[in-house]
Design a protein around this ligand. Structure first.
Ligand SMILES: Cc1cc2nc3c(=O)[nH]c(=O)nc-3n(C[C@H](O)[C@H](O)[C@H](O)COP(=O)(O)O)c2cc1C
Length: 174
């Protein structure tokens, strides 16, 4: 499937609805709700069986996904704010809770689940320039450069701030 051409137009989410999806351990979509299909512009049939990076937006830094995967593969839940790309090229921001799915008997990780909701403007206002800077650094110096910058950014915000709690902490800084 051809990648949509991004355009600078936002899709505003309904504050009372969640966008939900479930993946296997590799990030292949195994299930999703109707609201995911409605907002992304893809049908459920188009979404299920595809890699979740189908809706990856080029404005998202790679370091954020690296940190995200490190967390969930180690069995930790995480919250992340992500800018997504809809089928028609528009974008939508989501505040996402990631959860681990385990086999009830073996306790092994069998997949992941994500619940997403509306993000308030004061959060996207902070993250837009931060993500832009991280993407620029990645173009010049790869993920090492963006990781160094992100660590320095977090350190400046306070010793206790890590990427894991950055998204929650952002509410408190601004
Ligand atoms: C449950 C789950 C939900 C995900 N949701 C999104 C999402 O909404 N948007 C996104 O760009 N990536 C999402 N990802 C991450 C993608 O799998 C992928 O790592 C990311 O799009 C970066 O693409 P890349 O790994 O090909 O660089 C999700 C992963 C999992 C496990």
């Amino acid at each position: 499937m051809k990648r949509p051409e991004p355009r600078d137009e936002e899709i505003i989410l309904n504050r009372n609805k969640y966008i939900e999806s479930q993946t296997d351990t590799k990030g292949i979509i195994t299930d999703c709700n109707d609201y995911f299909a409605e907002i992304s512009g893809y049908t459920k049939e188009e979404l299920i069986g595809k890699a979740h990076n189908l809706i990856r937006h080029p404005d998202m830094p790679r370091i954020i996904f690296k940190l995200l995967w490190n967390r969930i593969q180690n069995g930790h839940n995480i919250i992340a704010v992500i800018k997504n790309l809809a089928k028609d090229g528009r974008y939508y921001w989501v505040f996402t809770h990631f959860e681990i799915i385990r086999d009830i008997n073996t306790k092994e990780i069998t997949g992941y689940r994500a619940y997403r909701k509306y993000v308030s403007k004061h959060i996207t206002a902070v993250l837009t320039p931060l993500y832009k800077k991280l993407v620029e650094l990645e173009k010049e110096g790869g993920m090492e450069a963006s990781e160094t910058y992100l660590n320095a950014f977090l350190k400046e915000k306070g010793e206790h701030i890590t990427i894991d709690n950055l998204m929650e902490e952002i509410y408190r800084f601004y």
